[in-house]
Design a protein around this ligand. Sequence first.
Ligand code: SF4
Length: 351
Amino acid sequence: METLTLAKTPVNPSSQSFGQPLDLSLRIRSIDPALDLEAEIIRLKKERNAVILAHYYQDSDIQDLADYVGDSLALAQAAATTDADVIVFCGVHFMAETAKILNPDKLVLLPDLDAGCSLADRCPIDEYSEWLKQYPGHTVINYINSSAAVKAVSDIIVTSSNAAAIVKQLPVETPIVFGPDRHLGKWVEQQTGREMVLWPGFCIVHEQFSARKLAKMRTEYPNAQLIAHPECEEAVLSQANFVGSTLALLNYVTVQTAQKQFIVATEVGILHQMQKARPDAEFLCSPPNSGCDCASCPYMRLNTLEKLYLCMRDSQPEITMPEDIRLRALRPVQRMLDMSKGLSAVQQKGD
Ligand code: SF4
């Protein structure tokens, strides 16, 4: 079996462009500083019959303007059922692509087309297709954090919310290939007792947490519980009191009312919803290997209020893809939605 290793160098968010309009910075500078951006975005939303979907890793001002805030599964479910004419996806490219896969006739907008994903970038379709040839007869399961082209060669798409539950639904004798996140794959193996062939991808945000610094931090905060996302390394997950998807982590802190302090090992954007759900609790960021204080996804942070306003005003940048890829990608995405009914709840504004 061929061993594949992937470069660990962080990917510059702007290094992969999906066709970003070149005049974006000029358009941002042309916005009247006196304009009430929030009010304009709300006005445009009504005028265009648009829905704003925001991932938990978006800045808090964007989360507060969204109609739906959720993780990848919840937002895919929201995208599958919306009757809006325009979907404005405040997240990263693969999420907006998933919305387009489900809604070919709707206009799907992403505030910044350079909002990619290190994990999706490390699973290029050419290399992945070649690698898959070694595993004929395997069921190909791919994390939603992958391009439409990779989804198109998959049998089932999963998210961190439903990956273990979906794998458990497959007959035990089914051989499985799992991509592109090796840590999530390993965690699913532990949860299900199934062995899978893993593509060696990883997320630069979740892989940067330092298990050594974390162990030290836990001695400084002996009463804090560690909660972690399964994209983290095993050395971090093995220290955790609870491991789960972003939504599961939010649900956990919401119900653990006796617990007043949490160390959070995932993207820092979720702290906004955690603090709203538990104003009486303290949330500490798990320490990263680098010198910065928090784990902030550089791709997610490319979306700003200004870019959200511009994309709604100008109806661009738009997500597009070849129809044959969309149709092939739709099948495994739809299979995921069918196999995960009742597994997740989207958070709608006002809930
Ligand atoms: S946090 Fe990691 S997996 Fe999520 S979008 Fe950012 S780079 Fe991709």
